[in-house]
Design a protein around this ligand. Sequence first.
Ligand SMILES: Nc1ncnc2c1ncn2[C@@H]1O[C@H](COP(=O)(O)OP(=O)(O)OP(=O)(O)O)[C@@H](O)[C@H]1O
Ligand SMILES: [Mg+2]
Length: 496
Amino acid sequence: MLQLAGIRKSFGKIEVLKGVDLEVRAGEVHALLGENGAGKSTLMKILCGIIKPSEGRVLIEGTERTFANYNEAIAAGIGIVFQEFSLIPYLDAVDNMFLAREIRGRFRMLNRKAMLQRAGELMRQLAVDVPLDVPVHRLSVAQQQFVEIAKALSLDARILVLDEPTATLTPPEVEHLFKVMLELRRQGVAIVFISHHLEEIFQICDRVTVLRDGELINSCAVSEVDKDRLVEMMVGRRIENNFPPKPPLNPAAPIVIDVEEVQLRRGGPVSRFSLRRGEILGFAGLVGSGRTETVLAMLGAYPAVRCKVSVDGIAKRFSGPDEALEQGIGLLPESRKDEGLITSFSILQNISLNNYRKYQKNIWFIDLNKERDCTGKAMERVRVKAQGPDARVDTLSGGNQQKVVIARWLNHEMRVLIFDEPTRGIDVGVKSEIYSLMRELADKGCSIIMISSELPEVIGLSDRVCVFRSGGIVATVEGALVNSETIMTHATTGRL
Ligand SMILES: Nc1ncnc2c1ncn2[C@@H]1O[C@H](COP(=O)(O)OP(=O)(O)OP(=O)(O)O)[C@@H](O)[C@H]1O
Ligand SMILES: [Mg+2]
């Protein structure tokens, strides 16, 4: 169905694809693997006519094609779900899905009813419940992800590219997506699937192609490899993906933040929790279960019905994350592109954003050398792969952008850090280093709240876990109860 041959691509002097071949057959799910910055997304953008290759050929069903733009690729039967969302925030799901391909009726009038119906069908096919008529910026990240997927499906593509579609989804939603993918595979669609979750490769993919630093390392059947072998191909060495050991629970540790009650909507559950000094408190739950909203309500950035919070035993009413920052509470938001970064700024500027006070020389000047020095160190700690601190953030790969968001908090001596999906899109090689970093911060006395849809990560890292369901905390578990069975039971039915 699809053949990419000898694809090369340079940005300036840097060659990011060095003669890559890829073959995808009809009716197969083909995994495309590689570390952050290996060139996966770039290769897929070349396939879709968004980026021009410096060299190489694209063949669809044996015929060479060159697409001048994405629309031409769509017309040739190619659909893509981008890693960074491409939805227009102020349009609703229906308008986004049919943008520039609107269904029209008599006199070329928009046929909203037909579009609504088709969108509804696609959502049912995906078995997800997403409101179709509210601006998509009001949807959760996972809901937006499903709108993206539905949009790609609506193209009736013969070649479907999914660039890290599962990064924002919880296990049940991933299962849904896989069912849909298998159905498409049965219909003969050629699917390219990019993910940093290696278990998923074995669950759903037929063949796998591995890139490293823009070079093709291997292309083979999934049945011929195991996880360790894949990691070795990706990273070029063996790695141990272990979680740092957990220190014993310390119930006597002082409580830094005490949330007496947060109620997101009338009649909904009331959340209560306390965050102790030096602990990692995990927030688990399905997408839409209220984890992010509860944290935002706590910081005064989400309108809750009731919200009572005290910091160090003193009642506090924050009016936003900036005010919380004054108290040493930092937030790493879930959506790096919309809230976490200014993508047209450089890495340096992005990391400095909330650090300027630290670089202050006197009331007029900041110490530029210090700024550069600290930024360089933070970039090294999370291994940002870029041309240098002055590279614009929008030229970085998705995973490397995420590392910049994390790097920003490393220069701070924060008392509380709230990480919302911190390892989203980060490759296996760096993930364990980020876990160690988080534990190191906790050992130094920082209290951490970690919201994550990746259950193994919540379990492996958290001292205690609050489980969310339909808008609030339904259980808090610790010790041996921090296991996937208990957590999933609470998250779905609440009964053990
Ligand atoms: N417009 C651009 N200008 C300069 N460099 C770029 C540009 N787009 C991508 N790059 C570089 O190309 C390399 C490959 O990026 P790409 O996004 O393809 O990686 P990826 O394999 O998708 O990684 P990830 O897993 O993090 O998403 C990176 O080093 C990135 O910085
Ligand atoms: Mg990518």
